[in-house]
Design a protein around this ligand. Sequence first.
Ligand code: NAD
Length: 479
Amino acid sequence: MTTTDVGARTFVATAAGRDLVTSDRFDVINPATGQVLATAPWVLPGQLDEVFAAAAAAGPGWARDEDRRRVAMREAAAVVEARVDELAVILTSEQGKPLNDAKGELGRAVSWLRYYADLEIPREIVRDDDQAFQEVVRRPMGVVAAITPWNVPIGLAMWKIAPALRAGNTIVVKPSPYTPLTTLAVGHLLREVLPPGVLNVVSGPEPLGAALVSHPVPRKVSFTGSTAVGRLVSRAAAEDLKRITLELGGNDPAIILPDVDVNAVAPALFWGSFMNNGQVCLAAKRIYAHRDIYADLADAVAEIAVSVRVGNGLDEGTRLGPINNKPQFERVEMLVEDAMRNGAAARAGGRALDRAGYFFAPTILTGVRDGVKVVDEEQFGPVMPIIAFDHEDDVVERANASEYGLTASVWSADIERAYLIADRLDTGQVSINVHGGGVLPTLPFGGHKASGVGVENGPWGLHGFTELQVISGPPRPRA
Ligand code: NAD
């Protein structure tokens, strides 16, 4: 499959297990060329009544039969798995990431489906004796509205779809208008195995997302995106007391202690920062390096940055693709220029690449400090600012001095010392000697402070798609 094949395909929205007909379509750009890749259905807010009605109608049947849900989810995993190669070309063409990374994202989406299909949701019996029976049960909420960003489109959609469906909800998913195609294609494929109305996928520019949030039918909004939009979602959902999970921005610090073997940690640190071209909420975005190893570390990561192959994700050997879209590309350019005006030096990169598409050279900045935009704000691009520190207490304070609190990492040869620092960081996850080590289906992922509300993944993530119910009464007759 090639980008031409992607362009030739008609991507459709799914509602009630059928095509949702739209009168218009919008362009999706291939970030590796800056050209139109394909078009996507432009679903209008007024069409959501029909979509949510389909999701609501499917709810009772889907919620009733747990075994059937688990079987259908395993079948869904198999259907996606069988099409990973084809879907990966779509994902790379719309998102920019290298083909292997796209396959990895799809593979993880499959594993999330399987993890939740297998997860037990026990009924918790609090009391069962000759006086009383009391149990706590998790009930599905009903219809879920899910809204996703452009950086990890299908991976993050599956963080919502898998637990929501496992818990017995039905769902309407709205991917980012920058990257709707893979999610639309998966929605279409899963018609084969999921009952009509269980999984619905719509696409369109704003105000479609806002219309999902304010629609009266969904009882829960699961949102991944920026903190600014997260605040809007939170306000709109409050109107009729919808439940929310918000996975928002991050400005994640990595703290490198002076005892590390610089050459050994450099590759892992580099990829902790440049994964998905830095367009990951949890990428290491502020590197606090102890002054003793500061220069050596900057040299080591700069050496990697200049040797990494940047290009079209479909080309063999590409390790880093383009930035996904023009506004984000311009933002990264602005942040790097601002840093340079404020005394930063680019040890590698520092500029856009002179070619079509949204390519920016992997950039290592030294001579930066807290208070400069590229350090204080979420940059979300291929830029690693390295900041020197002298004292442990000071670096902990600086790492925590952010409105965000998504993840952090601590790097040291002294593992116990690293764990003690981890305990002092105000973030949803802290990894030792790796960045983002806790992103697994089994572990809760969520942000402190302005990085989010609630968590995804593991049983904790599933709990976010349920309401607790207590059932109590006289002793239950025994068989
Ligand atoms: P964004 O907030 O601009 O958009 C996210 C989604 O919200 C898109 O689907 C968009 O169409 C939709 N949207 C826009 N306005 C809306 C509104 N008023 N109401 C409802 N929906 C609306 O974010 P983005 O630029 O697509 O993604 C990048 C951001 O996502 C970064 O800040 C990144 O940190 C964050 N992110 C967070 C996580 C996490 O798990 N914490 C993961 C990935 C990305």
